[in-house]
Design a protein around this ligand. Structure first.
Ligand SMILES: C[S@@+](CC[C@H](N)C(=O)[O-])C[C@H]1O[C@@H](n2cnc3c(N)ncnc32)[C@H](O)[C@@H]1O
Length: 251
């Protein structure tokens, strides 16, 4: 296997080198276009490599990466915090839990929609992420975001106590997503929603169908879906009683 990998690596980069030579000196394409092509290809290569590595080894994303992931381009064009929050059907006074808040852009978009009485608990297992978020909201004087170290496998929230649970480009990073969704279901009020949004360039990006299967295994049913393959959002609620009965009968 190792020998094949080395062989494939050498052939791959040799073909890559030859193509650069061919585009530059035979087709005489401008070096600017060739450079752009190289950049796009190298980014694609890194994306595939990271996906392969993460398929075998699951490790949490280091906290400094949250600053890179949450960038102005993403917020302005692909995964817009206000749009995601708008699709969550938020109201004043709601209790919301966010898993993996990162820099807090999505947390803030949600927090302002549930004012003056609502609260967002931004939970993460990483102390660094929570510390950084605390500093940020203190600076901005936001009082209805509560950053908290908590494990999505075993939340400290009571049963049926939360109106919304949301996770943006986060659930597929956690090795046992169905276990997390079962825990989300436990803390969710009967009419609550679990809102998930994914982004294609995320190395852990799952297809919609995969995320729907995870949710169904956790006894959640799809209520609404938005977006396209680049970025989508799925809102799930608890499976209705009749569906649960059907599932038990089918078992
Ligand atoms: C990819 S980052 C989230 C990115 C962020 N939502 C954004 O859009 O910028 C995923 C986060 O999930 C956190 N995480 C991983 N496993 C977790 C668990 N079991 N419970 C809570 N948080 C977890 C990681 O520490 C990490 O900060």
């Amino acid at each position: 296997m190792r020998k094949w990998l080395i062989f494939f690596g050498i052939v791959h980069w040799a073909v890559f080198g030859f193509l650069i030579y061919y585009f530059l000196f035979v087709l005489e394409i401008s070096w600017v276009w060739v450079l752009i092509g190289i950049l796009i290809y190298v980014l694609f290569f890194i994306f595939v490599l990271v996906r392969i590595i993460r398929h075998y080894y699951h490790f949490p994303i280091p906290s400094f990466m949250t600053r890179i992931i949450d960038n102005p381009l993403r917020r302005k064009f692909v995964q817009k915090p206000d749009l995601i929050a708008e699709r969550m059907g938020l109201k004043d006074g709601m209790t919301v839990v966010e898993i993996g808040p990162g820099k807090g852009s999505y947390t803030k978009a949600v927090a302002k929609r549930i004012l003056p009485n609502g609260k967002v608990y931004a939970v993460d297992i990483s102390e660094k992420v929570i510390e950084n978020l605390k500093k940020r909201i203190e600076k901005e004087d936001i009082t209805n975001i509560i950053p908290k170290i908590d494990d999505a496998y075993n939340f400290t929230f009571a049963d049926e106590s939360v109106d919304r649970v949301f996770a943006i480009a986060c659930l597929p990073e956690i090795p046992e997503p169905v276990k997390v969704l079962r825990e989300c279901r436990r803390i969710l009020k009967p009419d609550g929603l679990v809102c998930l949004s994914e982004l294609f360039i995320d190395p852990d990006y799952p297809r919609r169908k995969t995320e729907k299967r995870w949710a169904s295994e956790a006894q959640l049913e799809l209520k609404q879906e938005f977006g396209n393959w680049v970025s989508y959002q799925l809102n799930f609620g608890k499976k209705s009683k009749s569906n649960n009965e059907k599932i038990i009968l089918n078992d």
